[in-house]
Design a protein around this ligand. Structure first.
Ligand SMILES: Cc1cc2nc3c(=O)[nH]c(=O)nc-3n(C[C@H](O)[C@H](O)[C@H](O)COP(=O)(O)OP(=O)(O)OC[C@H]3O[C@@H](n4cnc5c(N)ncnc54)[C@H](O)[C@@H]3O)c2cc1C
Length: 624
């Protein structure tokens, strides 16, 4: 059912604000595979014993280095433009709801309707900011969980800590590692409950956002022809939003069906087909066991193996369903305990007794005779990472029967250096006679022709080719659409001066603009919604500060911004040995230190608290 253009926008008589009905209808309900299965075989849900003599010595380090250097320069990606732009089509929703073009004004425009957009709306509304409008490229809410609907998709952080506002929503996820489909439905429930839908313009992509000094307003320009003026703009457009393709000769000649995992095309039935998948990162690891159940032959083209850790999925127990609603703030407490775990693997393994508050700490604290220096701490961390990786490698040998396939599936880099993955069915999939690993190390697939993939002189004829080639990290491509003072874009500023922000949330010269979970934006644990939560709280605090002081514009001073950027650089350099491999985390070895994710841990909160107490980093402008 389509909404006529005239009904898509109405005026709320109580406030005079516009309300929208632009949520697109679903184009299909067809999905395959629901996420991680619950398995009971201990051989699949536990890591093997540590092989004897596992020490990260010079020899092992040299092996890691060789593994890394062999792949240097192999990561050649391209944006989905021109003939590849079709890979970005929204395959999940009916065509956009027709509506009038908006040339008007509101107080706040937020870009993005993922978990950050939803959480921001809840908090902004709570603080009395109601003249808020959201622009979302997709046809519905969910962001990551809207776009990624591939078979097997699931949350890798336990859902009880990942999903925000569980108490307010009176909701308990059905599985510890909830499927992406359950998360998408949860986002939709949130949107319905909090009146989000009528604040959001779906199928509306922000193309440009231009600051006007004279009026102290942003003009937000969209692909629907809108020119909306707003006092504040909040970028909640995600960190892994722009899918990318590996640049491979002959891609456009392939005659079969093809798509990217972030636009899973369920119109293409994979049953009984010969399917190829390029990439073995976090997405592919979840996809492969699911599609192996239905395809005739599956060819997995791997350049670099992922670390496949245990998942040990479980369903929420009857006892939890009964007891949690009686514990006030049960999910908040759990999420706070999760955030205290500073070791990624320990956090993601998510010990239930600790997270439920049944034991005071997640492990016996190691007592050192003296405080360790940063270098010593890193050395210890590298050693324990090595031991875990030895167990992960031993797991491959224990499960995968063909020695050549097993050898190719073993990763040689520090744990967590590339996005760690978790699965109990991925490795056994390679024992199935119709599943073939094609090891394309170290350069990756180099050629595609009209029939399929060609590697090492062998042609792999395919009916369907799936690109599991990931995303741009930290959405850098979107920063060229923000034009601040003197008409300069954020991208131009960062390209000439290096990435410079204050707390990752502000950048000098871009007043009244807030960036959620962008470069240098700390405040989170291994749970992304933690950073989103901290950033949303900060933004609401800043808007309240402006309101109570009668200020209309806020920018940051260049000196504190410079100091903060330098702090980010140093934190990155100090912890860099833990990321001594090539991955999207470090721009495949090309990123300037401090220009992407924040590595200062809890120190972000110290910087934030000091700024909030003194207000010294900010420049306020008063009066209309
Ligand atoms: C496959 C996958 C699995 C993940 N699993 C986990 C996990 O287990 N644990 C975890 O902590 N994190 C995970 N993440 C990270 C995840 O992105 C965050 O947890 C979180 O969902 C981010 O929410 P967000 O609202 O900030 O961004 P997003 O969910 O990315 O939403 C941003 C929205 O902005 C929209 N947008 C972008 N640009 C524009 C524009 N110009 N105009 C209009 N709209 C725009 C996009 O369409 C998108 O809907 C995963 C990411 C991916 C891709």
């Amino acid at each position: 059912m389509t909404t006529p253009a005239s009904n898509a926008i109405r005026i709320d008589p109580a406030t005079g604000q516009k309300r929208f009905a632009t949520r697109a209808a679903k184009s299909s309900d067809r999905i395959v595979g629901k996420g991680y299965s619950v398995l009971t075989e201990a051989s699949l849900t536990t890591l093997p014993e540590l092989p004897p003599g596992a020490v990260f010595n010079a020899e092992e380090q040299a092996k890691y280095r060789a593994f890394k250097e062999a792949r240097r320069g192999a990561a050649d990606y391209m944006a989905m433009e021109g003939e590849f732009a079709r890979y970005l089509d929204d395959v999940y929703s009916a065509p956009p709801v027709p509506r009038e073009v908006l040339v008007d004004e509101c107080e706040i425009v937020v870009v993005g309707a993922g978990l950050a957009g939803l959480l921001l709306w809840h908090k902004l509304q709570g603080a009395g900011f109601t003249d808020v409008r959201f622009c979302e490229k997709g046809g519905d809410v969910g962001g990551t969980w809207y776009w990624n609907r591939y078979p097997g998709i699931a949350c890798d952080v336990e859902a009880y800590s990942y999903l925000p506002l569980l108490e307010e929503m009176e909701y308990i996820p059905s599985m510890k590692f909830a499927s992406g489909f359950e998360i998408l439905e949860y986002c939709q429930r949130m949107a319905e409950r909090f009146g989000f839908y009528e604040r959001c313009l779906f199928h509306t992509t922000v193309l440009e956002t231009v600051w006007d000094e004279a009026t102290g307003r942003w003009t937000v320009i969209t692909d629907r022809g809108d020119r909306m003026r707003a006092r504040f703009v909040i970028l909640a457009n995600g960190i892994l939003t722009s899918p990318k393709l590996a640049r491979i000769e002959g891609m456009s000649t392939f005659r079969g069906d093809s798509f990217h995992t972030s636009r899973w095309d369920y119109r293409i039935d994979l049953s009984g087909k010969v399917v190829g998948i390029i990439g073995t990162g976090a997405t592919a690891v979840q996809v492969i066991p699911e599609i192996a159940r239905i395809v005739k032959e599956l060819y997995v083209f791997q350049r670099t193996p992922s670390s496949i850790d245990v998942r040990d999925q479980r369903a929420t127990t009857e006892e939890e369903y009964k007891s949690w609603p009686n514990e006030p703030a049960w999910a908040r407490a759990r999420r706070a305990r999760f955030a205290k775990i500073s070791n990624g693997r320990t956090a993601i393994q998510a010990n239930d007794d600790y997270l439920a508050g049944k034991v005071p700490d997640f492990k016996e604290r190691k007592q050192h005779d003296r405080a360790l220096s940063m270098e010593e701490l890193i050395e210890k961390q590298l050693d324990s990472n090595f031991r875990i990786m030895e167990q992960i490698r031993a797991r491959v040998d224990a499960i995968v029967q063909d020695p050549k396939t097993a050898a190719a599936l073993k990763p040689y880099y520090p744990w967590g250096c590339k996005r760690p993955t978790f699965h109990d069915e991925f490795l056994p999939t390679f024992n199935l006679p119709h599943v073939h690993l094609v090891d394309t190390a170290p350069r990756g697939v180099q050629r595609i022709n009209e029939k399929g993939v060609v590697h090492d002189g062998v042609e792999y004829a395919l009916d369907v080719l799936i690109y599991a080639t990931g995303f741009e990290w930290m959405a850098t491509s979107t920063f060229n659409m923000i034009r601040g003072r003197q008409g300069r874009t954020l991208k131009e500023k960062w390209e000439t001066e290096g990435t410079k922000t204050f707390l990752g949330l502000h950048s000098a010269g871009f007043p009244n603009l807030f960036i959620v979970s962008g470069p240098q934006g700390g405040g989170g644990s291994f749970n992304f919604t933690d950073a989103i939560d901290a950033h949303a709280d900060y933004i609401v605090w800043m808007l309240e500060t402006l309101r109570s002081r009668g200020a209309r514009v806020v920018d940051v001073r260049p000196e504190p911004e410079l100091e903060y950027a330098e702090h980010c650089r140093q934190a990155d350099v100090a912890t860099a040995p833990l990321r001594d491999c090539l991955s999207y985390y470090n721009g495949h070895g090309e990123a300037e230190p401090g220009s992407l994710a924040y590595y200062g841990g809890n120190r972000w909160h110290k910087w934030r608290r000091e700024a909030q107490e003194t207000l010294a980093p900010y420049l306020f402008v008063y009066g209309e």
